[in-house]
Design a protein around this ligand. Structure first.
Ligand SMILES: Nc1ncnc2c1ncn2[C@@H]1O[C@H](COP(=O)(O)OP(=O)(O)OP(=O)(O)O)[C@@H](O)[C@H]1O
Length: 287
């Protein structure tokens, strides 16, 4: 599966939410689609799922424009943050409706997951707790067998045990039946081990696209005394810089160039920390 996003713009009245986004996603793979509140993640995922139209630009899935080729949408299962189920349906009816839409629907898996998440198929969506709606979304996403399966904040209201079941399921499914998963979440530390590639959106723009391996090579924390750190990071893009006690830490983008021959230590930067640095950057820029 290949998603090609070319010069995509999405505006609402006077507000441009996505600003000329261009990238390619290819799977099977588990992708972390990350960014601050309001960065534009849900908007983009809605575009990809064909639920809203772009203002400009194109999104191609295996070469077909998602808006002009409705059949492509049967390869894309988007589980929205708030759940996209009809309130008056029972769980069984909601699953049935999805089974009609997705040609590769796995009913056995759906039934097994209903038990795993202890959902009663006769219960109405309207009466479900937030966590139960999330569980229904997770069941639908996995059972859809859609080549592109998108989970936008899939586990609102789910406790740690249920979230852990979700991660285990994702890994099992990816081994048994690989697909392109796009996972948008704010619980980054929990999920970061799963990601094979990371996309970070900031203020409607793509800030970073890296495989996990590239991430560890390209984004590093350089630590040491101020003079040594300053020497080591000359010409590098500085994402953040701070002093603690006598030690300077600079978070830099190395551009793939090794930092060698300096009296500094290098540490990897977690995704969660990176997002914190980016929000500091945003606050400094006053936007
Ligand atoms: N229908 C709409 N009309 C006007 N503005 C909108 C609409 N939908 C989203 N926006 C705006 O677009 C921006 C991006 O919102 P979006 O929900 O895509 O961000 P997000 O990255 O998913 O955020 P979060 O992590 O909080 O869910 C926000 O400023 C939001 O107010």
């Amino acid at each position: 599966m290949k998603i090609e996003v070319r010069d995509v713009v999405k505006s609402y009245k006077h507000k441009t939410v996505l600003k000329n986004i261009t990238f390619t996603m290819e799977g099977p793979k588990i992708i972390g689609f990350l960014g601050h509140n309001g960065a534009g993640k849900t908007t983009f995922l809605n575009l990809l799922a064909g639920l809203i139209a772009t203002t400009d630009g194109t999104i191609l899935v295996n070469g077909d424009n998602v808006f002009n080729t409705p059949s492509t949408l049967r390869d894309i299962c988007f589980i929205a943050e708030s759940g996209n189920f009809q309130e008056e349906m029972t769980i069984a009816q909601a699953l049935k409706a999805n089974s009609f839409f997705y040609p590769k629907w796995d009913e056995q898996l759906a039934q097994r997951l209903l038990q795993v998440f202890a959902l009663n198929p006769k219960e109405k969506v309207r009466s479900l707790s937030k966590g139960m709606v999330s569980a229904l979304g997770i069941i639908t996403g996995f059972a859809s067998n859609a080549a592109i399966t998108i989970f936008d904040e899939p586990y609102i209201g789910l406790d740690v045990a249920a979230r852990s079941m979700f991660y285990d399921l994702l890994i099992d499914q990816q081994i048994d039946n690989p697909r392109l998963y796009i996972l948008s979440t704010h619980l980054i530390d929990e999920a970061s081990e799963l990601f094979e590639e990371i996309f970070i959106l900031q203020e409607g723009q793509l800030l970073l696209q890296k495989t996990t391996d590239e991430w560890h090579k390209h984004i590093v924390a350089v630590k040491g005394n101020a003079t040594d750190v300053a020497a080591a990071i000359v010409d590098l893009e500085i994402i953040d810089q701070h002093m603690f006690m006598q030690e300077m830490t600079a978070i830099v983008h190395t551009g793939g160039h090794p930092i060698e021959g300096y009296n500094v230590t290098l540490e990897s930067v977690s995704l969660q920390d990176m997002l914190v640095y980016l929000s500091k950057q945003k606050a400094r820029s006053g936007k």
